[in-house]
Design a protein around this ligand. Structure first.
Ligand code: UDX
Length: 435
């Protein structure tokens, strides 16, 4: 099927390449010339495992092209909208500038019978408000939220755990059958395919992210209680996680969640609920946000305390900058925030990360970046693990670290290390919510 994908960021670029990889003819469209030039050459503009391979394959097959020219969308049966919906600069709500601009630019190129499938995460009600303009062209708007995780985006797109399609009430065409055809390999595998109205589909996405954020902040709240009682939150998480109704995933206590989705999505959800007169229904999300941000303070405080009450001119190496491993994304990264705060307190901060240094340097040029892990930790007074890359969590042996650092303090902001192993080497190990 001929498809267009408007917006070639983390979501759209992966979607375009993944759709080509399952056999569709896809054009990816974006206003960012540099991004399109890179993609057209088969270069992924960000780090995402598996993406370079399917980009190269799609381009070589002729099924995948990229352009800044919106008229290239003409003739596609389905037009996916995958542009960003960042947090507004002066508020909590989602900024819909890019969604509106994408729809405006697409409208002249739509034909009767086309389907516009929104994938961007939007405030509930957005699809209904866009519908009239799209209907005037004879095209149909559906909402098809995306649940991909960075680092697993290719797999999550080709083989998702569910597909959700929201449709409006007055649609002449049968957009659901067309979407089933688009996702044929997943449908054939028996992937749950849930058809809803537009509002439900929009809400599914924000509700899922709100739930995940709440789960993380729940365990981080338990970490705060553990800290004043001498309990160990990791054992607590293991024990409650065995209850299948609770489940162990997303009960990783540490410096909390970040990235381009969870933080801004819970804020946009709060803002939208306020607009709808139901602010109290999700008032807890403010608390979820606050618990999350407090954990960054806690990590910084642990470093300060461990270094004798002040970090001024102390050498601190921060292991990680990306908001999570297998990503170079530093948007709202708790890892980088911890580094910036320590720098603000006068520490000589060195940051290392296998993928995110270039992005981090662009936003925080005041920090020192060293790509090589061992070089980065040389002569450090303290180490702070903030992104649980294997290089730090599994492959950094305490005995080896001892040969390089000046001090013997490690703060484990992700509870990813074995405290006994580090203590056995003479290190002061400090976890989050662990004695
Ligand atoms: C998230 C959702 O998982 C995905 O479904 C949605 O489409 C987009 O938002 P992503 O932002 O890629 O995906 O990251 P995710 O893997 O959910 O992690 C989010 C943050 O939570 C990371 O900073 C991670 O370090 C943190 N986290 C995750 C924890 O602090 N503890 C955990 O137990 C799990």
């Amino acid at each position: 099927m001929r498809l267009s994908v408007i917006g070639c960021g983390y979501l759209g670029a992966v979607h375009a390449a993944a759709m080509a990889s399952i056999g569709h003819d896809v054009v990816g469209i974006d206003v960012d010339v540099r991004k399109i030039d890179a993609l057209a050459k088969g270069e992924a503009p960000f780090f995402e495992p598996g993406l370079p391979e399917i980009l190269a394959e799609g381009i070589a097959s002729g099924r995948l092209t990229f352009t800044t020219d919106m008229s290239a969308a003409r003739g596609a049966k389905v037009h996916f909208i995958g542009v960003g919906t960042p947090q507004q600069k002066d508020g909590y709500g989602a900024d819909l500038t890019y969604v509106n601009a994408a729809v405006d630019a697409l409208l002249p190129h739509l034909s009767a019978g086309d389907i516009v499938a929104g994938k961007s995460t939007v405030p509930v009600g957005t699809a209904a408000s866009l519908t009239p303009r799209i209907q005037e062209t004879g095209a149909t708007l559906v909402w098809n939220p995306e649940f991909l995780r960075e680092g697993y985006a290719v797999q999550d797109t080709i083989d998702p755990d569910r597909l959700v399609v929201g449709v409006g009430s007055s649609t002449d065409s049968d957009p659901v059958s067309v979407l089933r055809e688009v996702y044929a390999p997943a449908v054939a595998k028996g992937t749950p395919f849930i058809v809803t109205d537009l509002a439900t589909a929009e809400l599914v996405k924000v509700a899922a992210n709100a739930f995940l954020a709440t789960k993380i902040s729940f365990i981080n709240a338990m970490a705060e209680i553990a800290e004043v009682t001498g309990a160990d939150v990791t054992q607590l998480a293991d024990a409650i996680g065995h209850d299948v109704r609770i489940g162990r995933r997303f009960l990783g206590a540490g410096i909390g969640f970040g990235g381009g989705c969870l933080p801004k999505d819970i804020r946009a959800f709060s803002a939208r609920a306020e607009e709808l007169g139901r602010g109290e229904s999700v008032a807890f999300l403010r608390e979820v946000d606050e618990i999350n941000l407090r954990r960054r303070d806690r990590a910084v405080q642990l470093v300060v305390d461990a270094l004798g009450g002040q970090v001024f001119q102390k050498k601190v190496t921060v292991l990680g900058a990306a908001f999570k491993p297998y990503s170079d994304d530093i948007r709202d990264s708790p890892a980088l925030d911890v580094a910036v705060r320590l720098h603000g307190l006068g520490a000589q901060v060195t940051v290392t990360d296998p993928e995110a240094i270039d992005n981090a340097r662009r936003v925080h040029p005041q920090l020192t970046y060293v790509a090589d892990r061992d070089e980065a930790i040389r002569d450090a007074d303290a180490l702070v693990l903030v992104t649980e890359w294997d290089e730090y969590r599994r492959e950094l042996a305490p005995a080896h670290a001892s040969t390089l650092t000046a001090g013997r303090v490690i703060v484990d902001g992700r509870n990813g290390l074995d405290p006994a192993a580090w203590r056995a080497e003479g290190w002061t190990y400090l976890g989050m919510g662990r004695p």
